[in-house]
Design a protein around this ligand. Sequence first.
Ligand code: PYC
Length: 328
Amino acid sequence: MSEARLPGQLKIVDSHTAGEPTRCVLDGFSDPGAGSLAERLEHLRSRHDHLRRAILCEPRGSDVLVGAYLVQPVNPTSATGVIFFNNAGYLGMCGHGTIGVAVTLAHMGRIQPGEHALDTPVGTVAFELHPGNRVTIRNVPAYRYRTAVAVDVPGVGPIAGDIAWGGNWFFLSEAHPVPLTLEHRDQLTDYTWAIRQGLASANITGANSAEIDHIELSSPPHDPANSSRNFVLCPGKAYDRSPCGTGTSAKLACLAADGKLQPGQPWREEGILGTIFEGSFELAAPEQGHNPPHGPKIIPTITGSAYITGESTLIFDPADPFRMGVPE
Ligand code: PYC
């Protein structure tokens, strides 16, 4: 398939993990084949980005969807390779998406309950498929990169937060103008978007000048059985309906750095819908990187459930004026 051409059809399986949807694209697209997943992501970004929009944006998709191209794994023992994408671009890792992919692979009869792994552009992620659509992922190493960073938020003023890596870059703050409830989602979206703009204007980045494209607010949980509640703004301005797997990983790294959570201690992260990811961590082995100055590197494990919501064929009619998605 050359640039700006679409396949006639694509097979997809849709699922949701704790309320956040994942669209697995099974075949019919041009799998870049060889090379690392990071190289293949770049190939898809530079040569086939129109396909991302056609699959995920309106009228076939929506801003909330996360897509997952299933590609050949790099490690022959991995169940699949995965390149995650959304309405704005591509994701290095996606926690809810990995749980969704695992349940999709089981739905297709490609895996059975037990231990597996999948390859992502930021590393291999081990996962265990439990009976009953439940999945535990062992994420890539997470760590806090900077502590108590002040950012001047347009229309709000200065606030403080930590910057952490959990498979994506996060700015995590406990400062928020309204409670973390669904009824305040529009205000929370505007506020977190303003934080993101404040970070960009001040050139505050993750390591190697990486853009911080996820903003995570935390508050005490609504349910006392849980540990914390969050609201996470994703790169394309949609908020995560789930407690966000990479966001929970980044949070665990900050808790570990502050000595507020010990290895193996359980953590229950409540998302904006009240759904839960169960997390814990172990300290990363020295060969997985030295300890950065703002806390140790950790290996987070995140458990959640996903459900299949559909199995269908996307059709790209050459006569359809919106076959490439609606204009941005
Ligand atoms: O679960 O890691 C996650 C995630 C990232 C963006 C949306 N969900």
